[in-house]
Design a binder for this molecule. Structure first.
Ligand code: GLU
Length: 485
């Protein structure tokens, strides 16, 4: 019987969920989906100073919004909890003691000052720093003396010097010379575990079978493997994903744009588009079709086909993809999502039906939901500013067109979009035949009068939404504008 596949995402809540962590979560999730395994969420909050409840909430909310639901985790529980490290502090000392008793670890009584001096010495000699092992074999008397001095020991793992090899699921065979690692601390002198120790104990006890994470953790992996071996535990499989870089190939950071999932959402990115986009950072669909749901991606997902190199986060491509999702999204859902971006407007001016229609006819050019704000001011208020179109409106052509348009608008009931649409088409033909006006010039005049702009959504649609009163009022105002005033 093969063991169950169990993967995890283990974010540290020292910030909002980063898009890179979202990608790592996704690849773990996909691997679990593809193999019928379990996806586990563990909160790594051993660093109390940097941990904030709001970040924990943000991690939960962001993962859920992306559809990356976990089978076991702090809120849903599971057989291997608790799933929050700060609730597991009583577990780690037991395993540290086991390593001490078996000679795999030792107490280190060095003070920070002493360690700093060692480090400075190494820098001076142009050597990479490794701990001197000063405390490896201290006498019982010296130990007594340290205790009397009030020193508290940390616990260091004793690193055997050898070549350590493992087969990375993404990067293939990786080799390390452990003599370069140095005996590292597993329990701090304040009794809390270090990341490398807590992560191994938790992954071991939670029966994690595959650890898929960013390659920034690659240097931690040999340390972790050594701990598994010392504990006589089965070493999980490891897979390290290439990093996500900004278009300028530097580390993706806030100066490039949003980096937290919740910031992307605030900017008006849809979580479906975001998750689809991050899947493509390292993975490519076998059929070449990039727009896919997470379920579709899971079917096509093979971990060994993940690119081992870094991926570039192309904001332009994300914008394009987000636009694709906006275009095909259910209009009711899209309207709900767009409403928060329209707080500058009095939405009570429009019925829900008209609001949905407004979204329908303005969504085409959008790449983010936020952009809609600048595209819709003319749907609100009685009048529109005409400054930008004043010259256009004071031509003989415009005055002719608007007079005729005014007559038509008087008779329309503004419920029948088709009638408006057809009448506008007839009006264009009529003016072309009579005066040689280009159809687009005719429409510019009407659009300028009604919206104050020369470009925008479908004209008949706009008229139906703003209705008769506003149309007549705005047309009148346009007809009374004086050239040059
Ligand atoms: N807590 C670690 C981090 O947020 C992840 C640990 C791991 O995946 O092993 O980077």
């Amino acid at each position: 019987m093969t063991d169950e596949i169990r993967v995890r995402i283990a974010p540290s809540p020292s910030g909002n969920l980063h898009i890179g962590t979202a990608r790592t979560a996704l690849f773990n999730y996909l691997y679990a989906k593809k193999t019928g395994g379990k996806f586990i969420l563990r909160i790594e909050d051993t660093d109390a100073e940097r941990t904030k409840q709001e970040y924990i909430d943000n991690i939960f909310d962001s993962l859920k919004a992306l559809g990356l639901n976990w089978d076991e985790g702090p809120d849903v529980g599971g057989n291997y909890g608790p799933y929050t490290q700060s609730e597991r502090f009583d577990i780690y000392p037991k395993y540290a003691k086991m390593l001490l008793d078996n000679g795999y670890a030792y107490e280190c009584w060095c003070t920070n000052e002493e360690l700093e001096r060692e480090k400075e010495e190494a820098v001076k000699n142009h050597k990479a720093y490794v701990y001197s092992r000063k405390c490896l074999n201290i006498t019982p008397e010296l130990r007594e003396q340290y205790i009397k001095e009030g020193r508290k020991p940390s616990i260091r793992f004793k690193v055997d010097h050898r070549e350590l090899t493992f087969n990375d699921m993404v990067k293939g065979e990786l080799k390390f010379d452990t003599s370069l690692i140095g005996d590292f601390v597993i329990m701090k002198s304040n009794g809390t575990p270090t990341y490398n120790f807590a992560v191994v104990i938790d992954d071991m006890l939670m029966k994690i079978s595959h650890i898929i994470r960013g390659e920034d953790h690659i240097s931690n992996t040999p340390k972790q493997i050594l701990i598994y071996e010392a504990l006589g535990a089965k070493v999980p499989e490891f897979g390290h994903l290439g990093m996500i870089l900004a278009p300028d190939r530097s580390k993706l950071s806030k100066r490039h744009g949003a980096t937290a999932v919740s910031d992307f959402v605030k900017e008006g990115y849809l979580t479906d588009a975001l998750i689809n986009f991050v899947a493509l950072l390292g993975w490519s669909p076998s059929d070449g079709h990039e727009i896919k749901t997470v379920d579709e991606i899971a079917q096509d997902f093979r971990i060994n086909e993940i690119s081992s190199s870094n991926s570039i986060f192309e904001y332009d491509k994300l914008n394009w993809m987000n636009g694709q999702y906006i275009k095909k999204m259910d209009i009711k859902k899209l309207t709900d999502m767009i409403i928060p971006f329209l707080s500058d407007y009095d939405l009570s001016e429009l019925s829900r039906e008209k609001l949905e229609k407004m979204v329908e006819i303005t969504r085409e050019p959008l790449t983010t939901l936020k952009e809609i704000k600048d595209d819709v001011p003319y749907f609100f208020g009685e009048s529109v500013p005409l400054d930008e179109v004043k010259e256009l409106l004071t031509t003989e052509l415009s005055i002719n067109v608007l007079n005729r348009f005014n007559e038509l608008a008087q008779k329309w009931n503004f419920e029948d979009e088709e009638e408006i649409h057809n009448d506008l088409a007839d009006l264009r033909t009529e003016f072309k035949e009579k005066f040689g006006y280009k159809p687009k010039e005719t429409m510019w005049a009407i659009r300028a009068a009604v919206t104050g702009r020369t470009r925008g959504a479908d004209m008949a649609g706009i008229l139906v939404i703003i209705g008769k009163d506003k149309t007549l009022k705005r047309t009148n105002e346009a007809l009374h504008i004086k050239a040059g005033v």
